[in-house]
Design a protein around this ligand. Structure first.
Ligand code: NAD
Length: 480
């Protein structure tokens, strides 16, 4: 049994309560580690450590701060295999995926922001003969970073790295469902000699640790990724304190396939964009719209390819689809499949829990599921399911599909498949989403703004947007 500990002021400590709760491997259903059940007192200790070191950290040269981030990046890369296995055990995702995407991206986050900060410049505005204005970008103080379970180390580091690069110190909380790689990150920070108190990681439940960070009167900036209802609660608490907020929330993303698409590419990528990471990526396309002239052909090919996905032990080679992150989440997703049937949906593929044998007999697996026959106004098509479940529907015209695609309260991402370049621009411009992919999916350039519109969030991460978020501009006007 591994004992996860908080990382506060450079030390590994239990919660002040000394209480813990269990952490489960979702592929086996077995408890394998314990998590500190921390509360507001632990957050206070973390805050004090972060505040105590803020002046020292922000006074370092950007080159010195950059060096620390780059050391963390290379140590993550050095520990690729161990971290990937830890992520797989904690989350249920296939090991190859953790090795290919999650852990390299966590290293890339530190590398990107560790080098990006060296290139971030400030503006000056001259008033001819009268004055010069120059604008500095100052770190805000202690930043609160709260992340979800679907891409654990990937999203945790995506917040922490720009906060640290810009000279803030951090109190961070990973998801209580997947805390292991955050714990291993604290070991890495210790190993590379990050000054104590610069990054503090407090483990525990959202309604204790997360809410203590959000309601802390002296933590002025909160970066949160998670569900829309949690985001609304955070905004409710933080707004009267005028905190700076970045909220990266849920999605119900459309995937639009026009009949003039490259059929094979659209098909292959649609299987990934529907079911990768068991459909537990906020950017997965859960509503698939197929133009009527290719509807039957595309549907049948999609069914055939989906039937070939291999649901199994995430540590085994050849497995495409691992475990759902928890029993509770598996049950939630299965309840949505039942709801879809009640709403008149016809399950074309999957639709059930997948029972495995051997080591994973008690694990939480769901068959990749395709549902047909639902209109856009039903709950199945309006609410985020966040699992390996898609609905498919045919459409006739561009106008019709845009209206349908935009019909939810969400607006995170959208995917469009067409070989007509004019149409691709037209449709992309008319879709309500922060990120549009044309003839690709999940292709990320870390310099680009990342975030959603409508109930998918407030603010943008990525590139210099994150530096803007974690700093306050100050204009200084000097009379000549
Ligand atoms: P969640 O909202 O339940 O939890 C996210 C984090 O917030 C966890 O660390 C949790 O402990 C904490 N938390 C819970 N209640 C809190 C509170 N009252 N105050 C402060 N913190 C609290 O989300 P989840 O189930 O972990 O993640 C899945 C959701 O995340 C999905 O909706 C998904 O779309 C979304 N997501 C969005 C993005 C994006 O970039 N937009 C990326 C990944 C996941």
């Amino acid at each position: 049994m591994i004992k996860i500990q908080n990382y506060i002021n450079g030390s590994f400590v239990d919660s002040v309560t000394t209480q813990t709760f269990n952490n489960t491997n979702p592929a086996t259903g077995k408890t394998y580690s314990s998590i500190p059940d921390s509360n507001s007192e632990d957050v206070e200790l973390a805050y004090k450590a972060a505040q105590g070191t803020f002046l020292g950290w922000k006074s370092l040269s950007i080159n010195e701060r950059s060096q620390y981030l780059l050391k963390i990046a290379s140590e993550i890369q050095n520990q690729l295999n161990e971290l990937a296995l830890a992520e797989t055990i904690d989350n249920g995702k296939p090991l190859w995926l953790a090795k290919k995407v999650d852990i390299p991206r966590a290293a890339a986050n530190f590398h990107f922001y560790g080098t990006g900060i060296l290139h971030w410049d400030a503006k000056a505005h001259f008033m001819e003969g009268e004055a010069v204005n120059y604008t500095t970008h100052n770190p805000i103080g202690v930043a609160g970073c709260i992340s979800p379970w679907n891409l654990p180390l990937y999203l945790f580091t995506w917040k922490i790295a720009p906060a640290l690069a810009t000279g803030n110190t951090v109190v961070a909380k990973p998801s209580e469902v997947t805390p292991m790689t955050a714990y291993l990150l604290s070991k890495i920070c210790d190993k590379v000699g990050l000054p104590k108190g610069v990054l503090n990681i407090v483990h525990g439940y959202g309604n204790k640790v997360g809410s203590a960070i959000v309601s802390h009167t002296k933590i002025p900036v909160i970066s949160f990724t998670g569900g829309t209802s949690t985001g609304a609660e955070i905004a409710r608490i933080a707004a009267p304190m005028f905190k700076k907020l970045s909220l990266e929330l849920g999605g119900k993303n459309p995937n639009i396939i026009f009949s003039d698409c490259n059929f094979e590419q659209a098909l292959k990528t649609t299987v990934s964009s529907s079911f990768a990471n068991q459909g537990q990526i906020c950017l997965c396309g859960s509503r698939v719209f197929i133009q009527e002239d290719i509807y039957e052909k595309f549907k049948n090919a999609l069914i055939e390819k989906t039937n070939k996905l291999v649901v199994g032990d995430p540590e085994e080679n050849g497995v495409t689809t691992g475990a759902m992150v928890s029993e509770q989440h598996m049950k939630k997703v299965l309840s949505y499949i039942e709801l879809a049937k009640q709403e008149g949906g016809n399950v074309l593929v999957g639709g059930k829990q997948k029972k495995l044998e051997g080591r994973c007999a008690e694990g939480y697996f769901i068959e990749p599921t395709i549902i047909e026959g639902l209109t856009q106004d039903c709950r199945t098509n309006q609410e985020e399911i966040f699992g390996p479940v898609i609905t498919i529907e045919s459409f006739k015209t561009e106008e019709e599909v845009i209206e349908k695609a935009n019909s939810t309260k969400y607006g995170l991402s959208a995917t469009v498949w067409t070989e007509d370049v004019r149409k691709s621009h037209r449709v992309a411009h008319n879709l309500d989403a922060g990120i549009i992919w044309v003839n690709t999916w999940l292709l990320r350039d870390l310099r680009t703004p990342f975030g959603g519109v409508k109930n998918s969030g407030v603010g943008r991460e990525g590139g210099f947007e994150a530096f803007q978020f974690f700093t306050e501009p100050k204009n200084i006007c000097i009379k000549l």
